[in-house]
Design a binder for this molecule. Structure first.
Ligand SMILES: [Zn+2]
Length: 97
């Protein structure tokens, strides 16, 4: 495997804009850059990041998406239930704003 498809949430911190529609495949090198830019590289490397919804440790094998939540950056694992929860969650946010 040379990379994996990570659907990026359009909800990102101020100052960090990712053209959502044009990034569909994020390779490991890019992922490292994104994590670094978000200040998450250290925690990710130490396996300290947990899925917002099921709290499983998220690593390179099961990372589904990264998104901003009330100023914090959250990660989501790739379980179908968590993917659905994320879609609901981001749709709500979009609607509210
Ligand atoms: Zn999860």
């Amino acid at each position: 495997m040379t990379g994996r498809d990570i659907p990026w949430s359009p909800v990102l911190p101020d100052g960090l804009t990712v053209p959502n529609s044009s990034i569909h495949a994020v390779h490991d090198d890019d992922l490292a850059d994104v994590l670094e830019a978000l200040g998450l590289a250290g925690a990710f490397g130490r396996r300290e990041l947990r899925c917002k919804f099921c709290e499983v440790v998220v690593d390179e094998a099961n990372l589904y998406s990264i998104f901003a939540d009330s100023g914090d950056i959250k990660v989501v694992c790739d379980k179908p239930d968590c993917v659905k929860a994320l879609l609901r969650y981001t749709n709500q946010r979009t609607t509210i704003r």
